[in-house]
Structure formats: structure tokens, C-alpha cells
Design a protein around this ligand. Structure first.
Ligand code: HBI
Ligand code: FE
Length: 305
């Protein structure tokens, strides 16, 4: 993966491009579906240590913060075993539960390839791990974000179906030129979603679960709005790629997410969205069910740039 100078191969890689990332031509040694061997034996002791460090720090931070589904997933998949997980072993455990597998890719893959994998219940994960000096933030998802953040939820049967439905929806959005709208659904649920549990709000979005700073901010800070999830509202809302989110959307359960995504016809929804103005990341509108209205006092300074 190269930055900025690399060639953008598909116009639909806009989100990646917004993130300052570009998808290159398929690197040599990559299969037509962009997968590569994980080469688990090729990880150094230092790399395994970075995983252990991130895992310990994040597990500690997530006590009382992570959703029930995440905690169950970590347990079922035995993610607390030391070292970077072996994708083959992990896939064996995961597929027994929900039929999902994890495959390695060199980095960001084109949207159509990404959705094709999801539609077939394959989650693509980077094989590389961040350097010890990058523990807090890196732009490109690494194996810690992809495995620790995303994979535990894939062992939840309902969330597993939601992710597949999203992949199928992504393929359709590409045909209808509506990826910008649909990507917001992924962003505000799969990456940055909150869920209301009996004990209070909990985290299920991978972008939060894998981030030390944001796992605190998303639940405890008075700055962001926390608003009840609504499909159309979410698809109208732009998002920040350079700092913590200004609004988090809260679901009551994964059934709600699955039902709205799998059982809705998005074609008329996209037509409607074409006529509605987009909303700013900190907007509040009349129809919002606001769980907590943020102060928006957090000094947004694009700290990730
Ligand atoms: N590639 N490896 C990888 N991981 C992603 O999350 C990813 C991707 N390619 C495209 C893509 N995501 C987007 O289409 C989604 O964020 C909507
Ligand atoms: Fe992610």
C-alpha cells in the first residue's frame, strides 16, 4: 500500500481516498480476490508483543464499556490467547458459530472486492501490525483493528447476518452510484456504533473498540451527541475521518439493524436521499430522538492529520 502517489483504480474508492488512502493496482503475489497468505510463522516476537500490549490495554479499558456481544465473541474466539491470532485457527472457531471466515489482504482493497467478500461471509483483515511507536493511531486498518475490533461481533449470529447484508447492499450501491450514502451506514454502525443495553450504553463499533482514546470519549465525554439510530438520518450524515465522531448513533439491538438493512429496498431510499440535503456531523434535527445532547466542546483539530 502506497499513499497519495499511488493510482486510484476505481472511482468508488472515494471513502478510502477521503481517508487519505488509495487503493493501488493488485500487488504481485496477491490472488485475484486480493487475498494473501497470512504467513503467521513470519511474525516476529516484537510484532506479537505489540499485539499483547494493545490487547491488554484495550481489554482493561473496555471493562464495563464493551457490548455483551463483543465480550462473548472475545471469549468464544479465544482472542485472549497470547500473540497475533492465526487466521486459520480463528476461522475454524468463527465458522463453527456463524459461517464467517477471516482472510488476509495486503491493505485496503477496492470496494467491489470488499463487498464481494462480505457477501460471502469472508472478512478481510490486514496482516500487518502497527509499530510500537504508533500504538494510538494509524490511518490504515491493521490486524489489531481488523481482528480485535471487528471479528468478535462476527460471532454474533444476528450481527453476522447484518454484515453479509451490508456486503450485498454494497454491491447494489455500487451499481446505483450510492456508495457515499451507504458508506455512512457502515461508518456509524460497524465502525462507530453504540448499543443501549440494560446497564447503559455500550460499544459495538470496531473503530471505537480498537481505540484507547475513543472508547472513553464515545461513552463518557460530554462533547458528542448521542442520537437514536435511524437509517435515513444516518445515511444523510457526513462523518469525521480526522478526529473522534461528533455524533454517535445508538441502536437497541442487532435485530433492528439487520431488519432495516436486509429487509428494506434501498433503491427508493437512495432516490429520496438525492433530494434531501446532507447533514453536518454535529447537526441535530427535529425528528431526532436525542439520548444526550453534546456540548460539542471537544477541541476538534484534526488530530489524526
Ligand atoms: N478494504 N481492507 C479493507 N478494509 C475495509 O474496511 C475496506 C476496504 N475497502 C473498501 C472499504 N472498506 C469501503 O468500501 C467500506 O469502508 C465502505
Ligand atoms: Fe474497520
Amino acid at each position: 500500500m502506497q499513499l497519495s502517489t499511488a493510482k486510484i483504480v476505481s472511482p468508488a474508492t472515494k471513502i478510502a481516498h477521503d481517508m487519505g488512502l488509495t487503493v493501488t493496482d493488485r500487488p504481485p503475489g496477491t490472488a485475484p480476490d486480493w487475498t494473501i497468505p497470512q504467513d503467521w510463522a513470519g511474525y516476529s516476537a516484537r510484532e506479537h508483543t505489540v499485539w499483547d500490549l494493545l490487547f491488554a490495554r484495550q481489554t482493561d479499558m473496555l471493562k464495563g464499556r464493551a457490548s455483551e456481544a463483543f465480550r462473548r465473541g472475545v471469549e468464544h474466539l479465544r482472542l485472549s490467547d497470547r500473540g497475533i491470532p492465526n487466521f486459520e485457527e480463528l476461522s475454524e472457531r468463527l465458522s463453527k458459530r456463524t459461517g464467517w471466515r477471516v482472510v488476509a489482504v495486503p491493505g485496503l482493497v477496492p470496494d467491489d472486492v470488499f463487498f464481494e467478500h462480505l457477501a460471502h461471509r469472508r472478512f478481510v483483515a490486514g496482516r500487518f501490525i502497527r509499530k510500537p511507536e504508533q500504538l494510538d493511531y494509524l490511518q490504515e486498518p491493521d490486524v489489531f483493528h481488523d481482528l480485535f475490533g471487528h471479528v468478535p461481533l462476527l460471532s454474533d449470529p444476528v450481527f453476522a447476518d447484518y454484515m453479509q447484508a451490508y456486503g450485498l447492499g454494497g454491491l447494489k450501491a455500487l451499481r446505483l452510484n450510492a456508495l457515499e450514502k451507504l458508506a455512512r451506514l457502515y461508518w456509524y454502525t460497524v465502525e462507530f456504533g453504540l448499543i443501549a443495553e440494560p446497564g447503559g450504553l455500550r460499544l459495538y463499533g470496531a473503530g471505537i473498540l480498537s481505540s484507547f482514546g475513543e472508547s472513553q470519549f464515545a461513552l463518557d465525554d460530554s462533547s458528542p451527541h448521542r442520537v437514536k439510530f435511524d437509517l435515513m438520518r444516518v445515511m444523510r450524515t457526513r462523518y469525521r475521518i480526522d478526529d473522534y465522531q461528533q455524533t454517535y448513533f445508538v441502536i437497541d439491538n442487532f435485530e433492528e439493524l439487520l431488519h432495516q438493512t436486509r429487509d428494506a429496498d434501498f433503491t427508493p431510499l437512495y432516490a429520496q436521499l438525492g433530494k434531501l440535503p446532507d447533514l453536518a456531523p454535529d447537526a441535530v434535527i427535529g425528528s431526532d430522538l436525542i439520548l444526550s445532547r453534546g456540548t460539542q466542546n471537544h477541541a476538534y483539530r484534526g488530530k489524526f492529520q
